[in-house]
Design a protein around this ligand. Structure first.
Ligand SMILES: [Zn+2]
Length: 120
């Protein structure tokens, strides 16, 4: 990550830590928020709805967990000094791109080739 200044790395690091904090907070809120739990009471609980809701909550958690993992990975790479370099072709990833998407591990060209595989 020689193409990044200390200041730029610090900025990205802070953005990552902030992202991580907010993700964990919102995940906790979702778990606590009663509106996320479908339980209307009474005898006529729609079983399919209940299952569906559970599945949705699981999915949200799964997506967030995945992003937290990506953030941790990026932070680890910053520590290791390998951050900001495309994992596919080894090209330096421009600061502007890193700033917009701090968890990215690939340059735009490689990411576009991958787009169909992972659309985030
Ligand atoms: Zn690349």
């Amino acid at each position: 990550m020689k193409h990044l200044t200390e200041e730029q790395v610090r900025e990205i690091r802070e953005a990552l830590l902030d992202m991580r904090k907010r993700l964990l907070e919102s995940a906790q809120e979702q778990i606590r928020d009663p509106s996320n739990v479908t339980f209307e009471g009474g005898d006529e609980i729609d079983r399919a709805d209940l299952e569906g809701e559970r599945y949705l909550t699981f999915r949200i958690k799964g997506r967030e967990a995945r992003l937290v993992h990506k953030i941790d990975y990026a932070l680890m790479k910053i520590e290791a000094g390998t951050y900001g370099v495309c994992e596919n072709c080894g090209a330096p990833i421009p600061f502007e791109r890193l700033k917009a998407r701090p968890v990215t591990t690939m340059c735009i060209e490689c990411k576009e080739l991958e787009e169909e595989q992972e659309n985030d």
